[in-house]
Design a protein around this ligand. Structure first.
Ligand code: SF4
Length: 349
């Protein structure tokens, strides 16, 4: 491009540079080995709020169990939740299962390839639809996520605050102009996200090795560290819970959380009010847990051996098939530690 070129010229130039840079810089990630729309859909759901390294460990075993939308529907939602164990944000697992159901019921079990049809699936927003359509199906469809937003904001020196009026629409327009100029939409879009993840990082932009440095407006004007400005953070909501621990040998009382609400449909130590009001208990301690929007504090209470709680069942807490959230696992660890301490105390007295 000419260095005096306009906005779209800069984006078209970036599409060429990133497409040349990406093939030799791409990380070796499991969902890149074999490309299918279903694998892309599963990887996008997993990557929404879980670290890449964690997803990389879990991806192939998950796909072995659910190799197609039909296989996932046959296995059922509980099996998907159980296999999601430890990845957090279980709503994504439920939405993934719901998307598989929609694919089977409305699309003959075949993942649609165009973004507008993909967007009709549960849990699939504009970004996810664009990522699957472009990266797995080669369609010229734009994508905007946090990485893309940052790269374009710096490339064009857009100092507006994330969430500011007009910013998101502008970014989608830029992403459209960018991908329209690309010879290979799959390479250009995936490369753009990779550049944001590996090079144009939020706090440590590596401009010296960046293929866009020659035309980057933020770099030219010394504003890399200021763009994008931090997003105002809403205060986290405090959630307080009281749960009961009751053992029968190695089995623990667990109850399935309701179908909606926090930790929906996962197995959890029962709430205090599920136990009889006449039962004695003592406090074991408090477990703290943070989610994106919540600050959760759980008071953990120990009930005598063999106590009952309505709606709860005896389960082996080490059963890998249980859909346990990381918070439930933390609570159970506290309960197990208490058992060890109590048996050591008994042995030494
Ligand atoms: S030159 Fe620096 S700020 Fe500009 S896109 Fe590259 S890494 Fe980001």
């Amino acid at each position: 491009m000419s260095t005096s070129g306009g906005h779209d010229d800069r984006l078209a130039w970036a599409a060429g540079e990133i497409s040349r840079w990406f093939p030799s810089s791409a990380r070796d990630l499991p969902w890149r080995k074999v490309r299918t729309p279903w694998r892309a859909l599963v990887s996008e759901f997993m990557l929404q709020q879980t670290q890449v390294s964690r997803v990389a460990e879990r991806f192939e075993p998950f796909l072995e169990l659910f190799p197609t939308p039909i296989a996932m529907v046959k296995a059922g939602e509980d099996a998907v939740l159980a296999e999601w164990s430890g990845m957090g944000y279980y709503r994504r697992a439920r939405m993934l299962h719901a998307a598989a159901v929609a694919i089977v019921e409305h699309h003959g079990g075949v993942v649609p390839e165009d973004a507008s049809t993909l967007e009709t699936l549960p849990g699939v927003g504009r970004y996810t639809a664009g990522a699957i359509a472009s990266i797995a199906c080669g369609r010229s469809t734009p994508i905007v996520d946090g990485n893309v937003d940052r790269v374009f904001a710096r490339l064009t020196c857009d100092g507006s605050t994330p969430g500011a009026k007009g910013r998101e629409a502008r970014r989608w327009e830029e992403a459209g102009a960018y991908v329209a100029a690309a010879e290979r939409p799959d390479v250009a879009n995936e490369g753009l996200m990779e550049l944001g993840a590996l090079v144009c990082q939020p706090k440590a932009a590596q401009c010296l090795i960046c293929p866009l440095s020659e035309q980057c407006r933020a770099l030219q004007t010394g504003k890399v560290g200021e763009i994008p400005p931090p997003k105002p953070r809403p205060k986290k909501k405090l959630v307080e819970m009281k749960v009961g621990i009751a053992w029968a040998g190695k089995k623990l009382l667990l109850a399935r959380k309701p179908d909606s609400g926090l930790f929906a449909k996962t197995m959890f130590p029962p709430d205090l009010d599920a136990f009889s009001a006449t039962e004695q208990f003592r406090t074991l301690g408090e477990v703290k847990h943070q989610t994106t929007h919540r600050d959760v504090r759980v008071q953990v209470l120990l009930f005598p051996n063999g106590s009952r709680a309505s709606g709860a069942v005896w389960k082996d807490p080490d059963d890998p098939k249980l859909a346990l959230t990381s918070l439930a696992s933390k609570i159970i660890s506290l309960a197990k530690q208490n058992q060890v301490d109590a048996s050591e105390e008994a042995a030494s007295s």
